[in-house]
Design a protein around this ligand. Structure first.
Ligand SMILES: NC(=O)c1ccc[n+]([C@@H]2O[C@H](COP(=O)([O-])OP(=O)(O)OC[C@H]3O[C@@H](n4cnc5c(N)ncnc54)[C@H](OP(=O)(O)O)[C@@H]3O)[C@@H](O)[C@H]2O)c1
Length: 301
C-alpha cells in the first residue's frame, strides 16, 4: 500500500529547492491542496546568507520547507565554506525569520550526518559524527535551525528516488537496457526512499501533528546496499517486461572507488520508528515503493 492520503487544511507553503528531486515532488503533491510559493535559486540564493532573510520576509507563508542544498559530497569537500553557507548559514537565517513571524519550518537533512561505523538502524538520538564536509555542513544546519526556531522540524531523508527526476534506479535500468554491465557497491547500507511518500508523510505530520519538533527520520522501511537496490530494480523491470533478460549485477566495494574526493559513510540505515508512531503504521518497504516507481518508468527495451 502506498502512503495514505489524509484530510488536510489549506496552508500557505513556501518550498525552496523545488527544481530538485524532493522539492519538486513536494510542490507537485501540495499545489492542488495548498497555496504553494517556490522561488528559484535566482530568486533566493542560499549561497548568500546575508540576503535570504530579507527575501523570505517579503513572502507570506505558514510553513517553509527547505529542500534546497548543496548535496554533492565531492562538491562540498572541494568547497566546505560554500557548503556551510548553503547548508547551514542560510537555513539558520531562514529559521530565525520563521521564528520572528511565528511560522513553522521543516528543514530537510540527511543520513550522511552519521559516521557509518555501526551495523544497526540509527535513531534520532544516535550520535551524529559526519565524516565528510557535506555531512558536517548538514549537521551544522540541523543544529543552527533547531537553535534559531522553537517550531522547527529537521527531517532526515536517505537515498531519494522518484519517477520524475532520474536517480539511481533509472541509471541502473538505463545501463541494463543499453546492454552494458551493471555494477554497484555491496558494502554500503541505507534506506532507498521514494519522494512521493516523503511528501505524503510530511503533509500528515504538518497537518495532523503540527507541534512535532526536533529531528525525525523520514524514510521507507527496510535496508539496502547499492547492489541489492540495483538487483531489485532490474528484477522488477524484468517482471514488468522492461528488460528481455535479467542481468547479473556485479559487486563492487567502497574501496574500489579511491577517486571519491569525499569519504562515504558505510552504514547509515535510519530507524523510522518515530515516523511510524506519527503515521500509526510503519512506512511501506522501499521495495514496494520501488515497484511503483519502476512501473511508471519511461525506460524500456
Ligand atoms: N538525493 C538524495 O538521495 C538525498 C539523500 C539524503 C538527503 N538529501 C537531502 O534532501 C534535500 C533535497 O535533495 P534533492 O535530492 O532534491 O537535491 P537536488 O535534486 O540536487 O535539488 C537541490 C535543489 O536545491 C537547489 N539549490 C542548490 N543550491 C542552491 C542555492 N545556492 N540556492 C538556492 N537553491 C539551491 C537546486 O536548485 P537548482 O535547480 O537551481 O540547482 C535544487 O532545486 C537536500 O537537503 C539533501 O541534502 C538528499
Amino acid at each position: 500500500m502506498p502512503a495514505k492520503q489524509f484530510m488536510v487544511k489549506r496552508m500557505k507553503i513556501f518550498i525552496t529547492g523545488a527544481t530538485g528531486r524532493l522539492g519538486g515532488a513536494l510542490k507537485r503533491h501540495y499545489v492542488t491542496r495548498h497555496a504553494v510559493v517556490a522561488p528559484t535559486r535566482a530568486e533566493l540564493d542560499l549561497s548568500k546568507p546575508d540576503e535570504v532573510a530579507e527575501i523570505v520576509r517579503g513572502i507570506d507563508f505558514d510553513l517553509l520547507i527547505n529542500c534546497a542544498g548543496m548535496i554533492s559530497p565531492d562538491e562540498c569537500e572541494r568547497d566546505p565554506l560554500g557548503a556551510l553557507r548553503v547548508n547551514a548559514e542560510s537555513p539558520a537565517a531562514i529559521a530565525a525569520e520563521c521564528q520572528r513571524r511565528g511560522a513553522r519550518m521543516i528543514h530537510i537533512s540527511t543520513d550522511y550526518v552519521f559516521g557509518g561505523e555501526g551495523d544497526s538502524a540509527l535513531s534520532e538520538d544516535s550520535p551524529a559524527q559526519p565524516i565528510n564536509a557535506y555531512g558536517r555542513s548538514k549537521l551544522a544546519g540541523e543544529q543552527a535551525v533547531l537553535a534559531a526556531s522553537s517550531k522547527a522540524l529537521v527531517a532526515r531523508v536517505s537515498w531519494l528516488f522518484g519517477a520524475v527526476v532520474p536517480s539511481f534506479p533509472d541509471q541502473a535500468l538505463a545501463q541494463a537496457i543499453a546492454g552494458k554491465e551493471v555494477s554497484a557497491i555491496a558494502d554500503k547500507w541505507s534506506v532507498p526512499t521514494i519522494v512521493d511518500d516523503v511528501a505524503t508523510w510530511l503533509e500528515h505530520v504538518f497537518t495532523q501533528y503540527p507541534e512535532t519538533t526536533g529531528i525525525l527520520h523520514v524514510c521507507n522501511s527496510g535496508e539496502a546496499t547499492w547492489h541489492s537496490y540495483a538487483e531489485a530494480t532490474l528484477a522488477i523491470a524484468y517482471e514488468f517486461g522492461l528488460l528481455k533478460a535479467l542481468p547479473t549485477v556485479q559487486m563492487q566495494r567502497l574501496e574500489d572507488f579511491p577517486n571519491f574526493f569525499a569519504k562515504r559513510p558505510r552504514y547509515t540505515t535510519m530507524s523510522n520508528a518515530r515516523l511510524a508512531g506519527l503515521l500509526g503504521e510503519p512506512p511501506r518497504l522501499w521495495q514496494e515503493a520501488l515497484r511503483d516507481c519502476v512501473r511508471c518508468s519511461r525506460l524500456s527495451v
